[in-house]
Design a protein around this ligand. Structure first.
Ligand code: BGC
Length: 852
């Protein structure tokens, strides 16, 4: 093995030789220049950039307003807690950093970043319309007129709603967030948003207003079509705080002086879509009613809002065999369609949304179940109108015009999802795998809509805990999901039942609350995955009592250390031939699975207790762990090492969770490999086994077989849907069957990210980018690519909190060339194929030569 050092060769991002260290990419609570911060000791992070290899920070100085930390001898550059004077609600702060490095340089001061604290003292009162308003009524509008006659220094609108809101000032939309205030466990936690609106105000008369939709608060939600889950009334809470250049202030807040009306939006429901009559505008304003609703549940918005992202033009205009006019956007996405139309007043356009065409090529909506997913517009007439909905979203690739129509060039689909920074790219020499990666990323985009949802199209769209759990590690590679999951996990805690059970969906809007194995374990698995990916102990600290309550719950319902009762989803959607005379169905005993997850959750609790220094818990839960592993061996393993269920999932869980003693592992691995061969090198796993199958095979020396499974093109496999034209991950391995027919419409989503959990293996094993637990959050990076399968090259980039990691390899015969990039202020252990031992490196760009 030979390795060369190459600076500035690969990614074209570098400073000129001799340039000294610089500080970039300042984040406060992982956000750039946040407004409305509710954390009074915020975590501050920055990145070092410089041409030197092995660049490390040795000290930093923080300046926040007039306060300086002084020179702090520390290598911490991620998640440094602000420790200056007490921060004041509503105030804006500027901050800068400079660092000293291990090469004897001090950086210039970084450019200035900002944050503004949120509100703690609301002057605003909750208001509801002054007329009868209920589910099914047109969306209510609110407004307040006021005059301004002084020069404005700053103007911030703090706003939230029961329901969804869109705010306007002087006719212009406030901000670019959609479906605000997002979805949380509203009774406990309702987020408000803060917007800088200075530029929307002017001297003289102004008006501030908002329109509300039912959203998750009051509209139909859950497969049982519950409504008014959180309350009967939708309501507005808004406060505009203005500071003038002369130092005086004004507040315009919702109260009895506001007015209400209805306007163009006749109905809007998440599942059913929206109907708007553009001939109508708010008129005949009447008063409002103040309400004494709770404000103690108000929280700042710690995660990125839902914003608009990619747009898609029509790629095919189709007339189906049924004679219907259908447009194809070429990508299954989540969002809505924007139309530009010109017509007569009263003309109606109605469009329906669908993910697929059926075998005959007809528009297919049966799999949406009860969700109508239709948007209807009645035109104002005259000039061109731009039409789009406000308080709904659809999962679709195709639209059909049910009434009226437009030209394809007047139609655009726009994707909406939480605005998490994109962090990862992955590509290789196999175009099918590249499409799989594309599908994984689009599965994530479509289902990370403030809450991690199972699917975005049918009458479900819920925060199913198991789906989120299996996909969470993969999610960290594609996007920065720190804030997204930090927020959602607080809802997990908020909705956890007093007995420790985690309901099936979070926020909890169903009566499904039995704490299923592999689903409720999101309480332990996701915090741990976030800790590994971001090195942030505060997520573990925040979740610790919830993690512990969940493990304690399992213990409380166990008998003789076995979790052997209760309802469980099991290895959901495992391989099961429809005429199973051969006994090939891959059924894994549900209580076997439950015991595996009991062990795993307990193990992660011990790990978290170790990180947080809770030594008494480390001792007590370690002894519980030993007992429940012993109980597993007694109950589920034969003396010769066979497992009670002879399925891939059974072997994978026992091996992944370190349940089997060393002596039994080789046999279990052999049986797993044999099992895969029995199915002609196909997977048979459901939701719980699929994410661990390739990692376990790799860990125990069978990466070759893992590749065979990954590159398998026939059903059941990850690539089978790709060969059928999938542009997202499907709920089922055979959403479209081999004969072209569609699986049962009652459960056949074409945008369900769970099986996309293979993405984790693609980044961590094929490209070999991982973090060590002794330096979580990629402080200590592991680079260990595994060339294999039919690939001749693969590469991945991953933006960690410290900067970009790159790992790419290519093969020429049996010779491997590896390119690696490591960010400043981290170190990496690099395993080069064929090398006797790994190489330790610091930041920089490197080329290594190895061999298979
Ligand atoms: C959802 C799943 C979920 C499951 C529970 C389904 O209806 O779509 O993804 O995990 O129920 O097994």
């Amino acid at each position: 093995m030979r390795y060369l050092t190459m600076t500035c060769l690969l990614l074209g991002i570098c400073l000129g030789a001799g340039a000294q260290v610089q500080v970039k990419h300042l984040r406060c609570e992982d956000l750039i220049d946040p407004l409305g911060l509710g954390e009074f000791h915020p975590r501050l992070s920055w990145q070092l950039q410089g041409p030197a290899q092995g660049l490390m920070q040795t000290a930093y100085e923080l300046r926040v307003g007039a306060w300086s930390s002084g020179r702090v001898a520390s290598d911490a550059s991620v998640g440094v807690r602000y420790a200056g004077p007490a921060l004041e609600a509503g105030h804006a702060y500027t901050w800068q950093v400079r660092v000293w490095d291990n090469q004897g340089h001090v950086s210039p001061w970084s450019s200035i970043a900002t944050w503004r604290m949120g509100l703690t003292d609301w002057k605003a009162r909750w208001i509801v319309p002054g007329f009868e308003d209920t589910v099914g009524s047109p969306c209510p509008y609110f407004r307040k007129d006021f005059s301004l006659h002084k020069k404005i220094k700053s103007a911030v609108l703090f706003i939230t709603a029961h329901g969804l809101y869109e705010a306007h000032i002087n006719g212009a939309r406030v901000g670019d967030a959609f479906l605000a205030p997002g979805w949380t466990s509203y009774k406990h936690r309702l987020a408000y948003q803060a917007y800088d609106v200075k530029d929307l105000l002017h001297d003289g008369d102004n008006d501030l207003g908002a329109v509300l939709g039912n959203g998750w608060y009051r509209g139909f939600i859950g497969y049982a079509w519950n409504k008014e889950v959180y309350g009967h009334d939708i309501a507005l809470l808004a406060q505009l705080d203005i500071t003038f250049v002369d130092g005086s202030t004004s507040v315009f807040a919702t109260d009895a002086s506001w007015q209400s009306s209805t306007g163009n939006i006749l109905s809007s429901e998440i599942y059913n879509g929206e109907t708007a009559d553009e001939r109508l505008a708010p008129a005949n304003w009447v008063g409002v009613v103040e309400k004494d609703y709770d404000k103690s549940n108000l929280i700042w918005t710690e995660n990125q809002p839902i914003r608009k992202h990619e747009t898609f033009n029509v790629v095919h205009s189709i007339t189906t065999p049924k004679g219907e006019k259908v447009f194809d956007f070429g990508q299954n996405l989540v969002g809505w369609v924007v139309l530009k139309v010109r017509g007569n007043a009263g003309d109606t356009i109605r469009l329906s949304h669908a993910e697929v065409l059926d075998k005959e090529g007809n528009f297919y909506t049966d799999n949406l179940r009860g969700a109508k997913a239709q948007d209807t517009y009645i035109l104002r007439g005259g000039s061109e109108e731009t039409l789009e909905p406000h308080f709904t979203f659809h999962g679709f690739r195709y639209i059909r015009f049910d009434k009226g129509d437009t030209r394809p060039e007047d139609v655009q689909a726009v994707a909406l999802y939480s605005d998490m920074p994109k962090t990862g790219t992955w590509a290789c020499s196999d175009t099918l795998l590249n499409q799989l990666q594309h599908n994984i990323q689009w599965g994530q985009r479509g289902n990370f809509l403030d809450v991690p949802t199972d699917c975005p199209q049918r009458d479900e769209r819920l925060g199913w805990t198991g789906d989120a759990q299996v996909f969470s590690r993969t999610a960290t590679f594609n996007m920065d999901v720190h804030d997204f999951f930090s927020k959602w996990l607080k809802d997990v805690s908020a909705d956890q039942l007093p007995n420790g059970i985690i309901p099936c969906v979070i926020p909890n809007v169903t009566d499904c609350d039995f704490g299923s194995a592999g689903w409720a374990d999101c309480a332990t698995i996701i915090p741990w995955n976030m800790y590994l990916a971001y090195g942030d102990t505060s997520i573990l600290r925040n979740q610790y009592s919830s993690m512990k309550a969940w493990v304690d719950h399992i213990r409380s319902v166990s008998t003789n250390d076995l979790w052997n009762k209760g309802d469980h989803f099991g290895d959901w959607l495992f391989f099961r031939p429809w005429d199973d005379n051969s006994g090939m169905s891959a059924v894994t005993d549900k209580y076997y699975i439950a015991q595996c997850f009991y062990i795993h959750s307990c193990d992660l609790l011990v790990h978290a207790a170790q990180v947080l220094g809770f030594s008494a818990d480390v001792a007590s839960y370690s002894s519980l762990l030993a007992r429940i592993k012993a109980a597993f061996l007694r109950e589920y393993v034969t003396p010769s090492g066979r497992l009670v269920s002879s399925t891939q999932t059974a072997y994978v869980l026992a091996l992944q969770f370190d349940i089997l003693p060393d002596s039994l592992r080789p046999r279990a691995v052999d049986l797993l490999v044999a099992n895969v061969h029995t199915y002609g090198d196909h997977l048979t796993t459901g939701f719980l086994g699929a994410s661990y199958l390739c990692p376990v095979l790799s860990r125990f020396g069978h990466t070759d077989l893992a590749y065979t499974l990954l590159q398998q093109e026939t059903y059941p496999s990850w690539l089978y849907p790709v060969t059928k034209g999938a542009t997202t991950i499907w709920e089922r391995w055979d959403g479209i069957r081999t004969d072209g027919s569609l699986e049962t419409p009652t459960m056949n989503s074409f945008n369900h990210y769970a099986y996309g959990a293979i993405g984790d293996w693609m980044y961590r094993v094929i490209s070999g980018i991982d973090t060590y637990e002794d330096g979580p959050g990629y402080r200590h990076i592991r680079i260990q690519p595994h060339p294999g399968g039919r690939l001749t090259h693969a590469e991945a980039t991953y933006e960690t909190a410290y900067g970009v990691v790159y790992s790419g390899w290519s093969l020429s015969g049996r010779a491997v060339t590896m390119h690696v990039r490591i960010p400043a202020n981290t170190r990496a252990t690099v395993f080069v194929p064929g090398a006797a031992s790994p190489v330790e490196v610091g930041s920089g760009e490197y080329t290594f030569e190895g061999s298979l």
